[in-house]
Design a protein around this ligand. Structure first.
Ligand code: FPP
Ligand code: MG
Length: 327
């Protein structure tokens, strides 16, 4: 399903997605012309509006939307955008959303500072909600996602990264923002502790699935379709779930060769192509996709137990979109 298709099928949240764009318009302005240009360019990084859409859908399921939900959606989206601006510097990525990344088009210096501009404005906007729990959990979450990113960087080139470590990293660097967005949406809607917890669990599972699919796309995707630099995990020696599985499937020379490619952290295009072929042939992509599916199924089961089953399909639709996405 295309992002537009998703938005259409969730037509009840369309007015709030429009209000979100208006809130983002204000946040992505500057009286410094070059900064205004960079901000409007960075705004294109967020295409799917998946995180705010989740905030709005959950608000309806958990008790009803308030103005604070639009602000929460904008804050979560801005934190996400700031992390992407910084992430492309860290990953030395040159492409994002079918255009040059900010670090490539301007410079690393400007990308770091622009990420800080977006991030600090997000926190200022968060303060305006006036909810202590939201302030506490989202600021803690930013620290958590940076810790996950640092942990991942420190393990670059290490082929002994196991699944438990991989899941701990992706829960921090990606799933934590989903979890907190979902949890706070239910909290701001006035839901009780059990429901707030179940939505948080759902967000964490969906965020983990999102990152697993992202890691598969890094190996299988077409750069023009996905719209960002691919193959970067192999080049940067980042052990993702399909690569962890692949090493368990290889023996002898083949295993030694793949270990060398990842440890070398300087793979050429031929080496990346070889790894891409092997993850398909050895079932590593299917394995990773299966893990993503079961993450989401477990979380949906919990929600089916907590919610009237008739309202779960909208969350299944979002989960299906995450699992099937190709960009
Ligand atoms: C995507 O990883 C990156 C993240 C989910 C989080 C990155 C977090 C930071 C860089 C910290 C930012 C700090 C502040 C204060 C804003 P990926 O490389 O797997 O995804 P990609 O394929 O989209 O590049
Ligand atoms: Mg990256």
């Amino acid at each position: 399903m295309t992002p537009t298709g998703l938005a259409q099928s969730l037509s009840s949240i369309k007015p709030r997605l429009d209000a979100l764009e208006a809130a983002l318009d204000k946040q992505f302005a500057s009286d410094v012309d070059c900064v205004a240009e960079m901000l409007s360019y960075a705004r294109r990084y967020s295409g799917k509006r998946l995180r705010p859409a989740l905030v709005f859908v959950i608000a309806d399921l958990a008790g009803g939307t308030r103005d604070a939900h639009v602000t929460l959606g904008a804050v979560v989206e801005m934190i996400h955008l700031a992390t992407l601006v910084h992430d492309d510097v860290i990953d030395r990525a040159t492409m994002r959303r079918r255009s040059a990344s900010i670090n490539d088009r301007w410079s690393n210096k400007d990308a770091v500072l622009l990420g800080d501009v977006i991030f600090s404005r997000a926190i200022r906007l968060l303060v305006s909600i006036g909810d202590e729990r939201a302030l506490d959990e989202l600021t803690a979450c930013v620290s958590t996602l940076c810790e996950g990113e640092i942990h991942q960087n420190q393990l670059a080139g290490r082929v002994d990264v196991d699944e438990a470590t991989y899941f701990s990293i992706i829960e921090k660097k990606t799933a934590s923002l989903y979890a907190v967005g979902c949890e706070l949406s239910a909290h701001l809607a006035g839901a009780g502790a059990a429901l707030v917890g179940a939505f948080g669990h759902f967000g964490r599972a969906l965020g983990s699935a999102f990152q697993i699919i992202d890691d598969c796309l890094d190996l299988t995707g077409d750069e023009d379709e996905v719209g960002k630099s691919l193959g970067t995990d192999v080049v940067n020696g980042k052990m993702t779930l399909p690569l962890i599985h692949l090493l368990t499937q290889l023996e002898g020379e083949e295993r030694a060769e793949v270990r060398e490619i990842i440890e070398g952290r300087n793979a050429d295009a031929a080496a990346v192509a070889r790894v891409r072929r092997l993850v398909g042939e050895r079932g590593s992509l299917d394995y990773a996709l299966g893990r993503a599916e079961s993450c989401v199924e477990d979380a949906l089961d919990e929600l089916r137990r907590q919610l009237d089953p008739s309202v779960v399909p909208v969350l299944e639709e979002i989960a299906g979109f995450v699992l099937k996405r190709r960009h």
